[in-house]
Write a protein of this length. Structure first.
Length: 103
C-alpha cells in the first residue's frame, strides 16, 4: 500500500495529519525538493496546495505519464486559482462516475 502526503503552507495542511496523512510544510523555494524526497521515500499520492503549483511544475511534468506517484493539486486556504477544486471534481467524477460535488 502506498503512503500519502500533503505539501503546502501550514494553515492549509495541518488538518490532514488528523486523518493519517503525512504533512510537509513548504514554500515556493522548498516544495520541489520536498516532493522529490517524498517520491524517493515511496509515497504514491502527493497532494500539493495549488498556490505551490508553479514550484512543483517540473515534478508534475516528470511524473505525469506514470501512475505512481500521483501529484494532485488541491485548494489551500489562500491564493487559490481554481485548479485545485477542478482537480478534486475530476478525481471524484473518475472515481464514482459523476461529479457529485457539482453545485
Amino acid at each position: 500500500m502506498y503512503k500519502a502526503a500533503v505539501v503546502g503552507d501550514k494553515e492549509s495542511i495541518y488538518g490532514f495529519a488528523a486523518v493519517g496523512l503525512t504533512t510537509k510544510e513548504a514554500d515556493e523555494n522548498t516544495a520541489g525538493d520536498i516532493v522529490e524526497d517524498l517520491v524517493k521515500a515511496g509515497y504514491g499520492v502527493i497532494y500539493v496546495t495549488e498556490n505551490l503549483a508553479f514550484a512543483v511544475e517540473k515534478q508534475m511534468e516528470k511524473y505525469r505519464a506514470v501512475s505512481v506517484p500521483a501529484i494532485i493539486l488541491i485548494p489551500g486556504v489562500k491564493d487559490n486559482t481554481g485548479e485545485g477544486v477542478a482537480n478534486v471534481h475530476r478525481f471524484v467524477e473518475k472515481a464514482v462516475g459523476s461529479d457529485i460535488l457539482k453545485e
